[in-house]
Write a protein that binds this ligand. Structure first.
Ligand SMILES: NC(=O)N[C@@H](CC(=O)O)C(=O)O
Ligand SMILES: [Zn+2]
Ligand SMILES: [Zn+2]
Length: 347
């Protein structure tokens, strides 16, 4: 197959940052995707409807002329998020999820939840409002091995939570393990998961290929190859509980190439092309459209997109670095080839 046309996809997990950084990365996503669930882990975090509405305004104002793109906003759950904030978020019509970061689990999560028991009334309000909870599913317990933090979160936190709040809609974000895949398959229809392109394409060996590779460092951290295989199986299975969420997470080069480098991989410059590679390698390109364009929209109860994009089988070289608001951003595959290219975007 030399060209491949699919319904325009959506990205159900994306970091767009703010200010100059946001203006540098937004177009990469807007060229490819119709909509994206925009993560709220800014500094300061997006904790109120008012802040989310203002952030949405800045995103729309930064769109290149003539480009249609809909940011689907989220709120950052804290110990103090009130049930009435959930009602207001729902009423706004522009907020589609509440993000649960265990405090300290990942980039800009310091203001996250210290004890989920403090949020029980708020979770009840989310159940009632049908407002999904989006989870960074890793424990922060320093005693737990970094490669086991997702699995342990599942056992200690997520399973009890879904039992206690059976009507709560949950998206287990950027899953990385066999255990997460199996949990989602066996969970009720209210539970779904996003899978990134990088977790489909590389395993933890890529962190240490010939030396330490900070640009492959993200959270949850890359896992061993058997887990990657399981993610590929889930993504290409046709099961509507699994859908596309890039977790594209830009950080400046200096912040990654650092004695204490930040977690996050930037993939928005080639997002759907990278997924096409992963699906083609698995011999399942025909499964990409539902994963990228239908399952997520259906879970979020959004209309499916009507327009199409076309990819062509063509090598192109990813730039060695991208401009990032006066700083430099090293994209995934920097200086190397991607084997699919955007042909027609309709924008
Ligand atoms: N995935 C990451 O490694 N980093 C994300 C945060 C997140 O999604 O956990 C970021 O905001 O940089
Ligand atoms: Zn996360
Ligand atoms: Zn993320």
């Amino acid at each position: 197959m030399n060209t491949f046309t699919l319904t325009r996809p959506d990205d159900f997990h994306l970091h767009l940052r703010d200010g100059e950084h946001m203006r540098a990365v937004l177009a990469d996503t807007a060229r490819r995707f119709a909509r994206a669930i925009v993560m709220p882990n800014l500094k300061p975090p997006v904790i109120t409807t008012e802040m989310a509405v203002a952030y949405r305004g800045r995103l729309l104002a930064a769109l290149p002329q003539g480009v249609r793109f809909e940011p689907l906003m989220t709120l950052y759950l804290t110990d103090n998020t009130s049930p009435s904030e959930i009602i207001e978020a729902k009423r706004s019509g522009v907020i589609y999820g509440i993000k649960y970061y265990p405090a300290g689990a990942t980039t800009n999560s310091a203001a996250g939840v210290t004890d989920i028991a403090r949020c029980h009334e708020t979770l009840e309000a989310m159940e009632q409002a049908e407002m999904p909870m989006l989870v960074h599913g890793e424990v922060t317990d320093p005693e737990v091995d970094v490669f086991d933090r997702e699995k342990v979160f599942l056992e200690r936190m997520l399973i009890p939570l879904t039992q206690r709040f059976p009507r709560l809609r949950v998206v287990f974000e950027h899953i990385t393990t066999r255990e997460a895949v199996e949990f989602v398959i066996n969970a009720p229809k209210t539970v779904a998961a996003t899978i990134t392109a990088h977790h489909l394409l590389i395993s933890r060996n890529a962190l240490f290929q010939g030396g330490i590779r900070p640009h492959h460092y993200c959270l949850p951290i890359l896992k061993r190859e058997t887990h990657r295989q399981k993610l590929i199986e889930a993504a290409t299975s046709g099961n509507p509980k699994f859908f596309l969420g890039t977790d594209s997470a830009p950080h400046a080069q200096f912040a990654k190439e650092n004695a204490c480098g930040c977690a996050g991989i930037y993939t928005a410059h080639a997002a759907i092309e990278l997924y096409a590679e992963a699906f083609e390698q698995a011999g399942a390109l025909e499964k990409l459209e539902a994963f990228a364009s239908f399952h997520g929209a259906d879970f979020y109860q959004l209309p499916r997109n009507q327009d199409k994009i076309t990819l062509k089988k063509e090598n192109w070289r990813v730039p060695a670095q991208l401009e990032f608001g006066g700083e430099s951003l090293i994209p995934f595959r920097a200086g190397e080839n991607v084997t699919w290219a955007l042909d027609k975007t309709g924008n």
